[in-house]
Design a binder for this molecule. Structure first.
Ligand SMILES: [Zn+2]
Length: 357
């Protein structure tokens, strides 16, 4: 899997090597109907469901989803920055500096892709429309969000900056697992943070409303979970993050705060963090990663669940941000049946503050 990774980083003895993966196909070069696309890791289909209103051509989408399939599903930190900084940030100094420098290079030298076109009608219709100025009493504008540099990669946040532990669930909403997880959390009056993928938000706004109604914190996890999102140009990043927020707000209301962004795979770059910040969002990483998406080393579901439980119990500390996945990971839900009582006995569990970190 690593050999085909879009971005692979090796840093040994101060040497860093970057390898670019398959570039995106030129616009329209791969008609979608000429061959069956490989199964997408998140949807099981050749193309993520509901990409019809994406500004990319089908050829580009095929190329992108192929790349995504190669580097792995979910918030897979197998490649890129996520793997390097890892759970315990063993070598955060020179290594991180080298990575940041190189990330800037990669961002500038990103693979050529077509700039996104105008927002499609569906997106336009979901854009909150600002009220026209009126001649009535003036209203003070809302204060701008206050941002602080985080303690993680590129200024993202590894921890909650408090004693509270934040459970974060990524890649949903999932029609099967998200309702089960919500029920578990509701039974114990626990609030968490849901980092959601835009096209799944569009497909299941009812689940987004359920998440919000239960008091959980909302987080933007990009429109279609491209692990190479950082290589896209500024116009695409702007479209992607805005469109995802618009879709969340179309489900729950235009005034709902979305103060957090998590890059797919944790592959943050300065450009991504800056874009998120320009849209009012802190970038969140994690300091506990049970790798609940990784099944290859476990012999069966029970072994997998035991490993996830053990990892979370071993590494969670006051202030931890714990990464897990509700989308497509039924074993994770089972693991949290065991974990929630254990965690609740030892920590204060909270959704990330909707005022930002
Ligand atoms: Zn993810």
């Amino acid at each position: 899997m690593i050999a085909g990774a879009l971005v692979a980083v090796t840093a040994l003895g101060g040497t860093a090597i970057w390898a670019s993966g398959r570039p995106a196909a030129p616009a329209g070069s791969t008609p979608a109907s000429t061959h069956p696309a490989p199964a997408h890791p998140d949807t099981g289909s050749g193309r993520p469901a509901g990409l019809g209103d994406d500004p990319l051509t089908h050829g580009q989408l095929d190329a992108l989803t192929n790349v995504t399939a190669e580097v792995g599903p979910a918030c897979n930190p197998d490649v890129g920055l996520g793997r390097l900084v890892g759970v315990r940030l063993a070598t955060p100094g020179l290594l991180t500096a080298a990575v940041l420098l190189l990330l800037g290079t990669v961002a500038r030298d990103s693979v050529p892709v077509a700039r996104p076109g105008p927002l499609p009608p569906a997106a336009v219709s979901a854009v909150p429309v600002a009220a026209a100025p009126s001649a009535g009493p003036s209203v003070s504008p809302s204060p701008s969000p206050t941002f602080h540099d985080g303690d993680g990669p590129v200024g993202s946040f590894l921890t909650t900056k408090s004693q509270a532990v934040a459970l974060t669930f990524d890649d949903g909403p999932d029609p099967i697992n998200t309702p089960k997880l919500l029920e578990l959390l509701r039974e114990r009056h626990i609030h968490a943070t849901f980092c959601m993928v835009g096209f799944r938000v569009r497909d299941r706004p009812d689940l987004v409303r359920a998440i919000y109604a239960d008091g959980h914190t909302l987080c933007n996890h990009s429109w279609q979970h491209l692990l190479n999102l950082a290589q896209r140009d500024e116009a695409y990043l702007d479209w992607d993050l805005k469109h995802t927020n618009e879709m969340i707000r179309a489900a729950v209301g235009t005034d709902v705060p979305i103060r957090y962004f998590r890059a797919p795979g944790g592959n943050f770059t300065p450009a991504l963090v800056a874009k998120a910040r320009s849209l009012g969002m802190d970038s969140i990483y994690w300091d506990v990663d049970p790798r609940d998406w990784e099944h290859t080393h476990d012999s069966g579901a029970s072994a997998h669940i035991s490993r996830v439980v053990s990892e979370v119990k071993s590494h969670t500390r006051p202030g931890s941000i714990v990464l897990s996945h509700d989308n497509g990971q039924p074993n994770t839900i089972t693991a949290y049946q065991q974990l929630l009582p254990w965690l609740q006995e030892r920590f204060t569990l909270e959704g990330l503050p909707t005022s930002g970190l």
